[in-house]
Design a protein around this ligand. Sequence first.
Ligand code: HBI
Ligand code: FE
Length: 276
Amino acid sequence: MTEAVAHAADWTVPQAWADYTPAEHALWDTLFARQSRQAAVRAHPAFLRGLAALGLDQPGVPDFEALSRRLRRLTGWSVVAVPGLVPDAVFFGHLARRTFVAGRFLRAPGEADYLQEPDVFHDIFGHTPLLADPVFADYLQAYGEGGLRAEGLGSLQRLARLYWYSVEFGLIAHEGALKLYGAGIVSSHGESVFALDDPSPHRLGFDLRRVMRTPYRIDDFQQSYFVIDSFADLLDQTLQTDFAPLYRDLAAECDIHPTDLTPGDRIIHRGLQTHA
Ligand code: HBI
Ligand code: FE
């Protein structure tokens, strides 16, 4: 739910850290303990390094001011509070300026396992650790700048798919195994297991054009996951691309349903699609 609160032109609101209740701090601690245990064996080392570098293992909901002071020193990023989902143009503008917008509200105890709107646990636990990684930090700013360009090109849907299959639900190859780096997976108890272990979803080599042709579901586990070789490769694929001709090419190509495969796919795991 997005509280109907007044916000600035950039949609930011005060975090009002003092307003979190003891029950909310306790729920944060429960979610943090559970997900950091999973992340310890399933997430990429860069995520774990960020978690430690930002001091997120302190008890209670993090104070965005204190978190931003640490983050600025590492990669120049900071975290600001917003009431919930903000319009794309506002979102891209923040990313282009190295500010990450985080929901200030915390999910209800009954939503511990899944909620659709990004809350403070999804945004801070899921997204901020990789903002401490210099290469990923560059990627997300380049993504924001690309989004502002796409805004003019009427191709926000393509950019949203790129965000979804990398920043939110991306997998990465590491020392011969697959690891998590997508915020939507690493902050989810169920999907942290499903994304790596379940035989149902496809796991495919990341390819920018393929990702931009692939719709996604916002209400259930993904039917396809895309695997990058490194954050440097993800950054290169994004920086080196002139999006205008890419969007023109893509306009002539049909979407690929996330349960389907195409001849050009680098298939790491051919999913059974039993969960679909
Ligand atoms: N707003 N607060 C918030 N958080 C997001 O992750 C977010 C958003 N607005 C738009 C958006 N994400 C997506 O459309 C991106 O794919 C652009
Ligand atoms: Fe998110």
